[in-house]
Design a protein around this ligand. Structure first.
Ligand SMILES: *Cc1c(COP(=O)(O)O)cnc(C)c1O
Length: 361
């Protein structure tokens, strides 16, 4: 086995080694077919099994029933920024958005193409350093949906509550924290996530949609952009991103094998406690950029006392095989991404490195 690094890349990101090994083992001839999984028909029995298993596992892990459909589509989460308003806002409708960062802003930009956007709350004035309080999220009753970004990958904040939306359908971009902890997924009418952070490789986007929401899609949309097309044909209307869906299936099986979301949450809590722990011991040295009650478990953002120290930190980290710790250019500093596949050992090792770095700098 070639040496693997501690991979803190924000996305695409680390995947479970056990999954990569299965992919490697099965790659040339998938289950005795004499063909790779990327060489078989998406209408074959083999792919049908992959597709159905992945959809069923997704609902199983989320605790969702038959009133939801799981769709595998292309185009990334960024296409969902447009597809959501296209399906529900056309005809002068209003969507409410909570603006908590770069990705929310991009979602709002697309929504304005198709309808009206009501800003239900925003943390923009404070550099997106917090998640607005439940009581501060407000929108008119004629809103078609309330859209949130559950984890702000770039700014390092995360919702630790489900907003109160009443009868208004709740829509969430969960690209960077899907299946990282238990939450009441049944409160959402539509969830979408690009796979490349917690679920698999880039190229497949997962959409989980409630049947009542599907029924509200606008008529007259191009076929590929109508959610009903993908729901009706079990994501087989056209050629789906088969390799991505296959790996998502393996990742879901891996999550299940760990003990499901309860077990995943426990490990993720220990990982973030380790990193926030050292930040809280030395708050003048490892300066968190977010408010404490909005801290993300998945992407931890911090600054060091100077930019020179940050540069030195990143270059020394790299020589010790800690990869991908550079903060996004809009925030600067350091970002420690702790997605599901990043091990507890990896989190402890980076904390040891931080301790050592602080002592000698
Ligand atoms: C990465 C990310 C996106 C963009 O995903 P693409 O698949 O690259 O379009 C959107 N939202 C969030 C929260 C993300 O982390």
């Amino acid at each position: 086995m070639t040496n693997r690094v501690f991979n803190f890349n924000p996305g695409p990101s680390t995947l479970p080694l056990d999954v990569l090994k299965i992919v490697q083992e099965e790659f040339i001839s998938y289950k005795g077919t004499g063909m790779s999984v990327i060489e078989i028909s998406h209408r074959s029995a083999e792919y049908e099994e992959i597709n159905n298993t992945a959809m069923a596992l997704m609902k199983d892990l989320m605790g969702l029933g038959d009133n939801y459909k799981v769709l595998f589509v292309g185009g990334g989460a960024s296409s969902q920024f447009a597809m959501v308003p296209m399906n529900f806002l056309i005809g002068g409708k209003t969507g409410a958005y909570v603006n908590t960062g770069t990705w929310s802003s991009k979602a709002m930009k697309e929504a304005k193409i198709f309808g009206d956007v009501h800003v239900a709350a925003s943390s923009k004035e404070k550099n997106y350093s917090f998640i607005p309080k439940k009581a501060d999220i407000k929108f008119p009753s004629n809103t078609v949906y309330l859209h949130i970004t559950t984890n702000n990958t770039i700014e390092g904040t995360q919702y630790h509550f489900v907003p109160e939306a009443g009868n208004v359908p709740l829509v969430a971009d969960m690209s960077s924290d899907i299946l990282s902890m238990r939450t009441d997924f049944s409160k959402y009418s539509l969830i979408y996530a690009g796979a490349q952070k917690n679920l698999g490789p880039a190229g497949v986007t997962v959409v989980i949609i409630r049947n009542e929401m599907l029924a509200k899609c606008k008529d007259g949309l191009p076929t590929m952009f109508d959610y009903r097309t993908h729901a009706k044909d079990s994501s087989l209307y056209n050629t789906p991103p088969v390799f991505g869906v296959y790996i998502v299936k393996l990742v879901l099986e891996w999550i299940k094998k760990q003990g499901g979301l309860q077990a995943i949450e426990k490990v993720n809590a220990a990982k973030k406690d380790a990193v926030y722990g050292i930040m809280d011991r030395y708050p003048d040295y490892f300066k968190g950029t977010t408010e404490k009650d909005s801290r993300s478990w998945m992407n931890i953002t911090l600054r060091l006392p100077s930019e020179d120290l940050e540069k030195k930190f990143l270059s020394e980290a790299k020589t010790e095989a800690f990869i991908g710790l550079k903060g996004h250019r809009s925030v600067g500093g350091i970002r420690i991404s702790l997605y599901n596949a990043l091990t507890l050992d990896g989190a402890h090792k980076v904390v040891e490195f931080m301790e050592k770095f602080k002592k000698s700098n």
